[in-house]
Design a protein around this ligand. Structure first.
Ligand SMILES: Cc1ncc(COP(=O)(O)O)c(C=O)c1O
Length: 391
């Protein structure tokens, strides 16, 4: 059966293998899945009520064309004004998305011709690389280094390479390193994009989940509409991941190109879902604050629990994840991140994500998602500790 080379390049191997191992695990104790950023925390009731009120209406069942999304886009523009103090044109600079994953994965098709180069941070969020493969683009990796606090060094890319780069994809707060980052880092990316005439795509689903400091944003840079597009999501700030709601704000030309491209692929989300999203933006603006308090406690307690079993880990500046260096005993035995995760799962039922799934720069690291209550996380740390002691 003919399958495109493009699909071959998608190379989701690490995650597929991890999923197969999770599915095959039938041991005792029960699986404790800390490998996905899919939260156990709940969305604001006001958002769910707004959806319920609209479910079953004929308008919610119909295909939703762009014109019908105007109330949503207006709510987004008001949110951007409140959140970043910038005025956004809801007609021309806002686009509803079926998740920021969908938007960031489709964007390269709207920006790049086959073979053109795009800059990605390494480690990267997997769909950022996937989007480049879909567009048959050439990925250029910019390594992030722990000794530099995961700060991107845009000057490490030489001028000849910059001259080829048409799109830069980054996102702070950063998954998987769980680093909030600084506005200066995004501003440096804006300067490079202006200097070299490339598009800057800033993926910002964690804008409300900085635990230390304030999250950077492209929209805080006055040049945002000259260079780029920023992606926001309802999945993390309002725990609506399963509802697939997100939006992009950006330069008119980029929004219009992405809208045109998406017109081939999908329709907008139902008006019922949009009603929930509008309620989240307008009536549950404080929701992320309580999420941060919960994640902060989980972060602190889990880091302490791991340290107590002999695995000291860095305290991340962003909610939702710990980004863990392989423990010393695993390093001493020469285990890579995937082998470590496979053996950990088999022995303890605790599933983490191997860092190599996020690119070569993730090797030697593991991602742990804080998506269960503290008691379960601490019980997981105890299981991990007993297994490490047996190595
Ligand atoms: C960097 C990044 N972008 C996008 C997504 C996907 O978000 P959404 O649910 O809006 O598609 C995630 C989810 O974990 C993410 O970490």
């Amino acid at each position: 059966m003919p399958i495109s080379e493009r699909v071959g390049r998608l190379g989701s191997g690490v995650f597929a293998r991890n999923d197969r191992r999770k599915a095959a695990y039938a041991g005792e104790p029960a699986l404790l899945d800390l490998s996905l950023g899919s939260t156990d925390l709940q969305p604001p009731p006001v958002a769910i009520a707004a959806m319920q009120a609209q479910l079953g209406t004929p308008e919610s069942a119909a295909y939703c064309l762009h014109a019908a999304t105007a109330p949503f886009r207006q709510a987004v523009a008001r949110w951007a004004q409140r959140r970043f103090g910038t005025s956004v044109d809801p007609e021309r600079e806002v686009l509803l998305l079926v998740g920021s994953q969908e938007g960031t994965a489709h964007l390269p098709l709207a920006v790049l011709n086959p073979g053109e180069a795009a800059l990605l941070l390494d480690p990267y969020y997997p769909s950022h690389m996937g989007g480049l493969h879909l567009a048959s683009a050439e990925p250029v990796l910019l390594p992030l280094r722990p000794e530099q606090g995961w700060k991107p060094d845009f000057d490490a890319v030489d001028d000849a390479t910059w001259a080829r780069i048409r799109l830069m994809v980054l996102g702070f707060p950063h998954n998987p390193t769980a680093t909030t980052g600084e506005q200066a880092w995004v501003d440096a990316a804006v300067s490079k994009a202006l200097q070299h005439g490339c598009v800057l795509a800033h993926d910002n689903p964690y804008v409300d989940l900085a635990l230390d400091g304030e999250a950077p944003a492209l929209l805080r840079n006055p040049a945002w509409r000259e260079v780029g597009i920023e992606f926001f999501s309802f999945s993390k700030s309002w725990c609506l991941g399963g509802y697939r709601l997100a939006f992009a704000i950006g330069a008119e030309g980029l929004i219009s190109a992405l809208r045109q491209l998406k017109g081939v692929v999908d329709f907008n989300q139902s008006l019922a879902l949009q009603a929930g999203a509008i309620a989240a933006l307008e009536q549950a603006g404080d929701w992320p604050e309580q999420l941060r308090a919960t994640y902060r406690e989980r972060r602190d307690r889990m880091a302490a629990a791991l340290e107590a079993v002999g695995w000291p880990v860095p305290l991340p500046s962003m909610a939702l994840y710990l980004w863990l260096p392989l423990p010393p005993v695993a390093r001493a035995q020469g285990l890579d991140s995937e082998t470590f995760c496979a053996r950990l799962l088999e022995a303890t039922g605790v599933a983490l994500t191997p860092g190599n799934g996020f690119g070569p720069g993730g090797e030697g690291w593991l991602r742990l998602a804080l998506v269960h209550p503290v008691e379960q996380l601490e019980a997981g740390a105890a299981r991990i500790g007993r297994w490490l002691a047996s190595l």
